[in-house]
Design a protein around this ligand. Structure first.
Ligand code: PEP
Ligand code: MN
Length: 334
């Protein structure tokens, strides 16, 4: 349920109403916008006297929220959430380019890619240290050493970092990582999501291989319910009957998620397609349909990459793509 307050309601009155609701065992999510203040009611609201609420002088409207997610809903928080890391902003009209290799492989590799993607205009450096591989015999990432190398690249370039966590016990290793990624395979690892709800760091949550948008939002809700409101949603393609592409990129997810939720939505065209030839066109389409950012895999030597070389752009290809993305953004913003 949400309660929309009339403009200019005093803080005293808001506190009084919030106290009254808290006394009934209701948790409150307050959203103070430029025009309206909205009180989101979380918990069992069956016993709340809606007519009494509506009759209050300060109340403009009371609405029941039909969806099971609350905190990520735009009804609870009408204005776009903007997430800031270093000099980068994601959401609310700020477009963010995240680029880097699938996995960190060596100091030389990550430093070269970091410097080159930065020169091309990337705002955030990606790099997997803990890799969720389908085969236990495949390269699993450099793990803690990979994170140390990412820190080195951050120190050299000033780029904020994003890296995937697989096990909550590894959280202390992620101190220098600015955005923690929850991969598609862990989208419904509820224990992990709950733990990440208690930290003060943005989380990029990837859509699961076979998950609906509602399930993605419910997973975001797990993080937000713990108090961490800094969630970025990521569309990275879903499993369909199609076999020519690694996954099927669901771009309609972008405007749909924006309609339902205030959280930023980023698109990963690399894992969505699995093929370097398809990455630029899907990246441009994502920018055109209103995504708040892109996450693109870039490798200095894709032919010898230890993971996902077939979908990794070279720094030169990324440089060209970044310029094209800026051109698309200019058109859609004009
Ligand atoms: C990744 O971004 O490194 C990754 C493994 O992606 P996904 O979880 O989308 O497969
Ligand atoms: Mn990858």
């Amino acid at each position: 349920m949400i309660v929309v307050l009339k403009p200019q309601t005093t803080q005293d009155k808001i506190d009084h109403l919030v106290g009254w609701l808290n006394n009934q065992g209701i948790q409150i999510h307050l959203s103070v916008g430029s025009e309206y203040t909205i009180i989101g009611l979380i918990g069992n609201t069956d016993k709340v006297d809606v007519e009494l609420l509506e009759s209050l002088d300060m109340v403009m409207a009371v609405r029941r929220v039909g969806e099971p997610f609350k905190q990520c809903s735009r009804m609870f928080h009408p204005e776009d959430t903007v997430i800031t890391v270093g000099n980068a902003k994601i959401g609310g009209g700020n477009f963010c380019m995240i680029a880097g290799p699938c996995s960190v492989e060596s100091e030389a590799q990550i430093l070269e890619v970091a410097q080159k993607v930065k020169a091309s205009g990337a705002h955030i450096l990606r790099g997997g240290a803990f890799k969720p591989r389908t085969s236990p015999y495949a390269f699993q990432g450099l793990r803690a050493e990979g994170l140390t190398l990412l820190s080195e690249a951050k120190r050299v370039t000033g780029l904020p970092l994003i890296s995937e966590i697989m096990n909550v016990n590894h959280l202390p290793l992620f101190e220098d990582v600015d955005i923690i990624q929850v991969g598609a395979r862990n989208m419904q690892n509820f224990d992990l999501l709950q733990e990440l709800g208690h930290i003060n760091k943005p989380i990029l949550l990837k859509r699961g291989l076979a998950n609906t948008l509602k399930e993605l939002l419910m997973s975001a809700e797990y993080i937000m319910a713990g108090g961490n409101e800094q969630v970025i949603l990521c569309e990275r393609g879903i499993r369909t009957f199609e076999t020519y592409t690694r996954n099927t990129l669901d771009l309609s997810a972008v405007p749909k998620l924006h309609e339902i939720s205030h959280l930023p939505v980023v698109v990963d065209p690399s894992h969505a397609t699995g093929e370097v030839k398809l990455v630029p066109s899907m990246a441009l389409a994502a920018a055109a349909c209103g995504a708040d950012g892109l996450m693109v895999e870039v490798h200095n030597d894709p032919a010898h990459a230890r993971c996902d070389g077939a979908q990794s752009l070279t720094p030169e290809q990324f440089n060209k793509l970044a310029a094209q993305v800026r051109a698309v953004l200019e058109v859609i913003r004009s």
